[in-house]
Design a protein around this ligand. Structure first.
Ligand code: PLP
Length: 434
């Protein structure tokens, strides 16, 4: 009999529409998901799992939040797409700026890839320079110039770069080890006047979750300012999830608490949470830069479905539900899970490290210390992760099928879900060391 995975693979390359959904990193065949509600997903066989994937970030309020679903239904009934500006998309952009001040102007797009791709084009257009600096293991979507030494699905598949990216494009992208201040300073000393932009994730979360070394984001900001390059902060994953103002907000608050002037991004990208599960992403930033976008300026960018009214309804409803209380709850859940998993593994004698960035965390098996560089992250025990993944799956916990991903929590992950995950991890840890 043909399995679902075989049927899917006979029509979709690899059986998926996005490589991170395949189970290549952990082995086995994925079962299709039929529905999701709150913190739980249900597969096509009717089995339920505590969901630690959260649609790879968007499901911050849990799945099918009634207010968000209602907003989508009402918007759909008013028409699916107009190809003209709506009140709601202005409201969503205002909501973003109110929480994240460096986004002085906002352009809505449909995917994080479009947002970062546009940021790079805008930086090149504004500076008249070609070179982009990125960090190994950080993922910024699948546009050509950013698909060099990217993490996420490429890390899982063990491929450094994508085929089909021309040598010329790759040659304009300088890749540095993350967190390495000397490498960054040297790159500016050597190539400074040619550097259009440095792009970084506000906190890396596509090689597992990594805490940015203290002062690293600030150093990038300073070097960019001194050299006239554009500092692009990618908050597609961290934005409005790591904390109320993304990971930038966490560093800003720490700076303000110690009387230091916070560093500022020139451009910032969002996605995931701001669409609440629908295709919405955004580029924001300094007004003078953003106003170089068409139709005001010479840098072209467009989209038939940009600011789509149904998608924007989901995003706006989600953003409006994200109160300080929600973030406090997410923090408590992330603490309980990260600490709980770590304590269980320690007690069972399973070597591991936990990476944290606000409400984001991931578990690196086989490492004694949380990694900073991709090289360090890649040294984790991915085979052990595969065993953990399958044991948890059997116990009704749906982890991201890769050792290089964040474990996503939602506002609906409560005591029951936390205990369910911890019990499953305990059973696995004991079987590993038995
Ligand atoms: N930037 C970061 C930091 C991401 O994590 C992702 C996706 O995971 C992207 C960009 C690309 O976003 P999308 O998948 O919506 O194109």
């Amino acid at each position: 009999m043909t399995t679902f995975a075989q049927r899917a693979a006979a029509i979709l390359p690899g059986g998926v529409n996005s490589p991170v959904r395949a189970w290549n990193g952990v082995g086995g065949e994925p079962v299709p998901i039929a529905s999701a509600r709150g913190a739980w997903v249900t597969d096509a066989n009717g089995r339920e799992y505590v969901d630690m994937v959260g649609s790879w970030g968007p499901a911050i309020l849990g799945h099918a939040h009634p207010t968000v679903v209602q907003a989508v239904q009402e918007a759909a009934a008013r028409g699916l797409s107009f190809g003209a500006t709506t009140v709601r998309e202005v409201e969503l952009a205002e909501e973003i700026r109110a929480r994240y001040a460096p986004a002085e102007r906002v352009r809505l797009v449909s995917t994080g890839t479009e947002a970062t791709m546009t940021a790079i084009r805008l930086a090149r257009g504004a500076t008249g320079r070609d070179v982009i600096v990125k960090f190994a293991g950080l993922y910024h979507g699948h546009s050509d110039s950013l698909l060099v030494a990217a993490g996420s699905g490429l890390a899982t598949a063990g491929v450094p770069d994508s085929a089909g990216v021309t040598r010329g494009t790759a040659a304009d992208t300088i890749v540095l080890p993350y967190g390495d201040e000397n490498a960054l300073t040297d790159a500016f000393a050597e190539h400074g006047p040619r550097i259009a932009a440095v792009i970084t994730e506000a906190a890396p979360a596509n090689m597992g979750t990594v805490t940015p070394p203290l002062g690293f984001n600030r150093l990038i900001a300073t070097l960019c300012r001194n050299e006239g390059a554009v500092f692009v902060v990618d908050e597609v994953l961290t934005g409005f999830r790591a904390g109320p103002a993304g990971y930038w907000g966490i560093e800003r608050d720490a700076d303000l608490a110690t009387g230091v002037d916070p560093w500022q991004p020139d451009l910032v990208t969002f996605g995931k949470v701001i669409g609440g599960g629908m295709p919405v992403a955004a580029l924001g930033g300094r007004a003078d830069l953003m106003e170089q976008l068409a139709p005001l300026g010479p840098v072209y960018q467009a989209g038939t479905l940009s600011g789509n009214p149904v998608a924007v309804a989901a995003g706006l409803a989600t953003m409006r539900l994200l109160t300080d209380d929600v973030y406090a709850g997410l923090s408590r859940t992330a603490d309980a899970l990260a600490t709980g998993v770590s304590d269980i593994l320690t007690e069972a004698g399973v070597r591991h490290a936990v990476g944290r960035a606000g409400t984001l965390f991931s578990v690196f098996l086989g490492l004694a210390q949380a990694p900073v560089t991709f090289e360090q992250a890649a040294a984790q025990d991915t085979a052990a992760f595969g065993r953990l993944f399958h044991a948890l799956h059997e116990s009704g916990v749906h982890l991201p099928p890769s050792a290089f991903e964040t474990w996503f929590v939602s506002h609906q992950h409560g005591h029951v879900e936390i205990e369910h995950v911890l019990d499953a991890v305990r059973a696995w840890a004991n079987s590993e060391t038995a």
